[in-house]
Design a protein around this ligand. Structure first.
Ligand SMILES: Nc1ncnc2c1ncn2[C@@H]1O[C@H](COP(=O)(O)OP(=O)(O)OP(=O)(O)O)[C@@H](O)[C@H]1O
Ligand SMILES: [Mg+2]
Length: 326
């Protein structure tokens, strides 16, 4: 790869609470900076705060490695991509439209359904003003419609009756100031699929299964508490062991979702099986975590023989090729 001037757009954790749970730790940002430098690039640090609009200079960067989550609102992940598009600066990963769409889980579900990808029945609910359709069967999953990093997903997110449902809806409406996504619960095995590339040339990394180890939990989920203490609560299997037709179906569905949502360069897609073993899409992450020793995509890449630096390099290279800059 030719040495480049690479801007690194990021949001850093300052408080360590729910508010900046989606942000990267200083160690992760440093690891990505070092990876880019070890590939021979000069790195310009670009913290994604509102001042970025004044400080980013198209004359000073060839491309931006985007890992910025943005600050406020349901379009927050689209803000940095939109600014870079406006300034004509190339960047890694999906464009602003895809970022906006995929942060909105209900909109994502509508689109993937058009592509023939199964996803659980759902309803967007605001406290008191909306009703749950009679077609929705308990247990139900209740989560914020537009958050990531399992924010707002707790041991109480799977509900078995109306009282618990409305308690969760109210809590999400109040805490996150947004509608709750109420979905049919998928009781089967959980997988996550890492994809690198563009268009027809997608590279599927080995599918990872998340096995839940806690005993006596009727409806386990990969929630915030579990992710914080993953070594204790889950076991990862990479590649997941399954029959070849199921493995092929999962990859096919993930490829369809990636292409219909027009993802670029990289994404991680969460899938789970329903009661009869059919795979459904849970959500699409076009900005997957890249923390060494923690993020699913990093483990998946390592199992495929890629180092952390190799993964960062592959994402950058996909973007450079897409812009005809490689
Ligand atoms: N309909 C569902 N049925 C079963 N489990 C679900 C469902 N929706 C979510 N989950 C569980 O909750 C977890 C988190 O949900 P989801 O992936 O939507 O949240 P997130 O905060 O966007 O996650 P990430 O950390 O991947 O960004 C899933 O990995 C899964 O274990
Ligand atoms: Mg997820």
């Amino acid at each position: 790869m030719k040495p480049m001037r690479v801007g690194l757009a990021y949001n850093v954790k300052r408080k360590g609470g729910d508010e900046d749970a989606e942000y990267d730790s200083p160690e992760t940002i440093d690891a990505i900076r070092k990876a880019l430098e070890s590939l021979g690039h000069r790195v310009l640090m670009l913290e994604a705060v509102p001042d970025l609009a004044k400080t980013v200079d198209p004359g000073q960067v060839d491309i931006v490695f985007n890992m910025a989550e943005g600050t406020i609102g349901r379009n927050r992940e689209a803000h940095v991509p939109a600014l870079l598009e406006f300034l004509g600066i190339p960047f890694t990963g999906s464009d602003s439209a895809t970022m906006m769409l995929t942060l909105d889980k209900a909109l994502t579900k509508k689109i993937v359904r058009f592509a023939g990808v199964n996803t659980p029945n759902y309803k967007l609910v605001r406290n008191g003003s909306d009703k749950i359709g009679a077609g929705m069967l308990f247990p139900l999953m209740v989560k914020p419609n537009a958050e990531g990093s399992s924010k707002g997903i707790t041991d109480d997110s799977v509900v078995d009756d109306m009282a618990a449902l409305w308690r969760q809806v109210r809590s999400i409406n109040e805490q996150y100031r947004q509608p709750a996504l109420v979905e049919e619960f998928l009781p089967g095995r959980e997988f996550t699929v890492g994809i690198l590339g563009n268009g027809k040339a997608l590279k599927f990394l080995p599918t990872m299964e998340i096995e839940f180890l806690e005993k006596g939990v009727p409806h386990p989920t990969y929630n915030y508490r579990i992710k914080q203490d993953w070594k204790k609560f889950v076991r990862y299997h990479i590649p997941a062991s399954m029959e070849p037709p199921l493995a092929a179906e999962i990859q096919d569905l993930c490829g369809k979702a990636f292409r219909h949502l027009m993802c670029r360069d990289v994404a991680r897609i969460d899938m789970r099986l329903d009661a009869v073993g059919k795979p459904h899409l849970i959500e699409v992450n076009p900005l997957p975590g890249l923390s060494p020793g923690y993020s699913d995509l990093v483990f998946i890449a390592e199992a495929a023989g890629m180092t952390h630096t190799g993964l960062v390099g592959a994402i950058l290279e996909n973007a450079l090729r897409r812009y005809g800059m490689a």
